[in-house]
Design a protein around this ligand. Sequence first.
Ligand code: G1P
Length: 297
Amino acid sequence: MNRKVSKAIFPVAGLGTRFLPATKSVPKEIMTLVDRPLIQYAIDEARAAGIEDFIFVTSRGKSALEDYFDVSPDLEAALESSGKTELLETLRNTNMESGTIAYLRQHKALGLGHAVSCARKLIGDEPFAVILPDDVIAAEKPCLQQMVEAYQETGGAMVATMEVLPTQTSSYGILDIASQDGPIVSVNGLVEKPALGAAPSNLAVIGRYILTPQVLDNLDNIGRGAGGEIQLTDAISAEVAAGRNVFGYRFDGQRYDCGSKAGFLQATVAFALARAELHDEFAAFLADMHAVKQAAQ
Ligand code: G1P
């Protein structure tokens, strides 16, 4: 079985209602952590993992995303003539080569599984990655790269996983654990957003996947699941039922849920502190804020 993972799907069709009114005109994937849109973090992670083809499943109102990846000749010329070479380099790193990027529209909001299945024809017969840009993961070795390396040994289907609080399991896909070996978790099944108290573990699916074309076949055959949507989690669980291996991968790194306001703000603080040019000023500001709050108590 071919284990080279060269294609990635980025489901970016969501309405981003949690960030209204901002998302009235700005796709949530363009919202910035410090100075880079969420989607840029996802692309950089994919590139580090060896991804060569980038497939975006979009929806109405997401054209700003396509523009973001286009070249900007006027801006580049202006930076070049004013000698701003560092900025020019930063800008050029966001350009995507023609032919490596495809945009598909999901015409109906039928869920994550449906969004992924929209890319069926572009995937063909090889394993592929899925990256949910809302899940931003800060890691020394990028998360998807960790997974691609593990996948060379395991094959099967693989999802990123981490422990969440028992009170949070109903917000995630949850693993039913068969056995564990270091970071690799072998699973008996997965449940999407189990009711509180009904979760088979507290290991949650985080938005990085390495999947096989069989999962796409499963998506055609499963019905609607949690929330009345076609769930990717159910199609992965169907692999176990068909006798094929599914693994969770406990990645090294810090995950931020940038689909929520609190998570987005936490990521903003963490990424700002991680920037050498911002660290001192921003850390001093946070310390002051903290001191003022303490004094007021
Ligand atoms: C999606 C998946 C879920 C996963 C989560 C990770 O849910 O359906 O299995 O645990 O992403 O962020 P969503 O957050 O889109 O509801």
